[in-house]
Write a protein that binds this ligand. Structure first.
Ligand code: FES
Length: 145
């Protein structure tokens, strides 16, 4: 049911933890399943994501997708990080079962929420970044469950 990469990232998740004094932190949840994701970003003066950590109270697919998402944004610019969509994360993991696709949105939204926090703190506008939602269930169509 799950690819080897998903199992690997679930069993050995990368970048789990917290960053003290992060440049940005974002938390999103999914009211439908009750899962929660928090992302911490450390961004340098050049706008490069130096470090990223996550914590989750989420299902296995949420753990695996967040782990992969952190790997994909680490060392990237903010604009490059915005291109790390949940689809890109799923591709990097060799796919997810259809009923678990929505789980991959938690990571994407949490990264966006952390970037939004960073932008607010630094009074900047990140082109292409939309205000975060607290609950991604608002964004997901019912039939995707
Ligand atoms: Fe909630 Fe996967 S079931 S994030």
């Amino acid at each position: 049911m799950y690819s080897e990469k998903v199992m690997d990232h679930f069993n050995n998740p990368r970048n789990v933890g917290e960053i003290e004094n992060p440049s940005g932190v974002g938390t999103v949840g999914n009211a439908k399943c009750g899962d929660i994701m928090r992302m911490y970003l450390d961004i340098d003066e050049q706008g490069i994501i130096r470090d990223v950590k996550f914590k989750t109270f989420g299902c296995g697919a949420a753990v695996a997708t967040s782990s992969m998402a952190t790997e994909l944004v680490k060392g990237k610019t903010i604009q490059e990080a915005l291109e790390v969509t949940n689809k890109a994360v799923m591709e990097a993991l060799d796919g997810l079962p259809p009923v678990k696709v929505h789980c991959s949105l938690l990571a994407e939204e949490a990264i966006h929420a952390a970037l939004w926090d960073y932008a607010q703190k630094n009074h900047i506008v990140i082109e292409g970044l939309e205000p975060p939602v607290d609950d991604i269930a608002e964004k997901v169509e019912d039939e995707e469950y």
